[in-house]
Design a protein around this ligand. Sequence first.
Ligand SMILES: [Zn+2]
Ligand SMILES: [Zn+2]
Length: 161
Amino acid sequence: MPAPAGFATAMAGVPEGADIELDLRLEAVMEGVLATGTATADSVGECARCLDPITEPLEAGFQELFRYPSDDDFRAADDVDAEDEDEDYYLEGDSLDLEPVVRDAVVLALPLSPLCRDDCPGLCVECGVKLAEAGPEHGHGDSVDPRWEALRDLGEEPGDR
Ligand SMILES: [Zn+2]
Ligand SMILES: [Zn+2]
């Protein structure tokens, strides 16, 4: 299925229209239809440190029960908390709307703080150059505006010296 809009967090997401592969199994159970599956897609994000674009394969498993609509009366009588309302999915005739289920699974599986690599050194706090490309020798000497000096200290990782 093509990805609808909104399959994203602040740092990463599945672009609208990108391919999402669904491996889906439907099972008829007492209360309705149990949908179990895995969504596979490429998530696109930005490295949290150096802002490089990252594409990462993502796999999100889900399992959700789609209740028969007739279940509604039963539920009302059962005095179910109204707050549970959005947790329940219902069959619409013969079809079920998988989109919200897949979206929740995909968004949960997205990395909150993606990195292009585990030890990404990030950007130089003074000139913004990528430290991975500039190399370990990159520096600006001691003649630095004192206002930036403080920032540089903050940006340095322990053990860098
Ligand atoms: Zn990076
Ligand atoms: Zn620099």
